[in-house]
Design a protein. Structure first.
Length: 399
């Protein structure tokens, strides 16, 4: 690692340690709890403050629009959206998706389409959110195709293709032919003392009958095994071999048709894998925004976004509340003008000094992460190039 890289890494570690000192991890955890997909939960646990005022303004506008969307009771829900990146890699390498995997992709596409529709149908303008939703490609053709062919349990529907429907009808017919012939043999009066049990069994992929070992010479055929006691032989009579072959042939035809069908689905997904993956990444970002909106409502953040909130050069907190303590916390009012470079807080232990300092740092980090700060109208805090904290005794604010 060169000197420049080492310096950058040191700054990064110092900033992360400072965020930990001001309990920013608690905000990350709360934010993660509001996220609905595992991917957005992971994003929430790794958010960091930005120092670019324009970026912070955009983040706050996104959260504000998310709060507008929530007020309409149109809360986008990404439950069921799974990380299918591994499936995308596999399918691009030529792997064939099974039924369940295909349904996972179809469900993800439907969730993404629903998310876009929710935002597009809002009565509010939502320009920031629509920058995201407009990038979600409509892939309903793929999801509809998959859902029309695959059952909820992952098996392929008879109606998936005309060929499959015909093959499965032939399977049922061929199976009936074998069973009827074997039933006739079992119930033959000539073999009454020969049959061990009047049931048709399956050995491997062949249908057999149970014959007493000492009488097996009376049923010419192929032996496919014996019972544990050796008293019973599982025999496929010669007269049902061709019938069973026909049944097995139709079953193999079914298997090949299913593979062909799943291959077509996989190829379709592969051709659109970049779009699918892009859609999911966009939706994950949107879910994070909505999570910030939910958290903002929970901690009763300010709903205003004023230019003063972004361009201010001094701290002005009016009855601000530490978000991790909640409404039971004592409101903090504090003004620190531009010419005031240092603030000294004195007082007895448990007098609230640590809470006050952490509140200022935490609100700054929240705002620069796109989470509006608490406080009455007129509360504002500057955008800092860096937020650093060093609390010597690591005092906890938890009661």
């Amino acid at each position: 690692m060169n000197k420049s890289s080492k310096h950058t890494q040191t700054i990064k570690e110092l900033r992360e340690k400072s965020l930990s000192h001001i309990d920013f991890d608690g905000i990350r955890a709360l934010l993660s709890n509001h996220a609905t997909s595992e991917m957005s939960k992971n994003l929430a646990l790794n958010i960091t403050p930005y120092s670019d005022p324009l970026k912070v303004k955009t983040l706050l506008e996104e959260t504000y629009e998310g709060r507008l969307l929530i007020t309409e009771n149109n809360i986008p829900n990404l439950n069921g959206l799974t990380d299918i990146s591994e499936l995308m890699v596999r399918v691009n390498l030529g792997s064939i998706l099974n039924g369940i995997e295909s349904l996972n992709i179809a469900s993800s596409i439907e969730i993404l389409n629903s998310l876009r529709e929710t935002i597009d149908k809002s009565s509010h303008e939502l320009p920031q959110l629509k920058k995201y939703s407009n990038q979600i490609t409509n892939l309903s053709e793929i999801s509809n195709s998959i859902k029309s062919k695959i059952k909820a349990d992952g098996s392929v529907k008879d109606s998936a293709t005309p060929e499959l429907k015909s093959i499965r009808n032939q399977i049922r017919k061929n199976y009936t032919n074998v069973v009827e012939k074997l039933s006739g043999i079992i119930n033959s009066a000539d073999l009454e003392d020969t049959i061990q049990d009047n049931v048709i069994s399956v050995r491997g992929d062949r249908l057999v009958i149970q014959v007493k070992t000492n009488m097996q010479h009376k049923v010419p055929g192929v032996i496919h095994g014996a019972s544990n006691t050796g008293m019973t032989q599982f025999i496929e009579p010669l007269e049902t071999i061709d019938l069973c072959n026909a049944w097995r042939k139709s079953a193999l035809d079914e298997e090949q048709e299913i593979i062909r069908l799943l291959t077509d689905i996989s190829n379709s997904v592969s051709k659109n894998s970049d779009k699918v993956q892009s859609n999911i990444e966009i939706a994950t970002e949107l879910d994070l925004i909505i999570s910030k909106s939910k958290l903002s409502n929970e901690i009763k953040s300010s709903t205003e976004i004023s230019s003063e909130s972004i361009t201010s050069n001094h701290i002005n907190l009016i009855s601000a509340i530490h978000p991790l303590i909640g409404q039971e916390a004592k409101p903090l009012s504090l003004t620190l003008k531009p010419e005031q470079k240092v603030l000294i807080i004195t007082g007895p232990n448990t007098g609230g000094k640590t809470v006050a300092l952490k509140t200022v740092g935490l609100l700054a980090a929240m705002q620069q992460s796109g989470i509006p700060i608490t406080g009455q109208i007129g509360t504002h805090i500057p955008i800092f190039d860096g937020i650093y904290a060093d609390i010597g005794d690591q005092q906890s604010i938890e009661g």
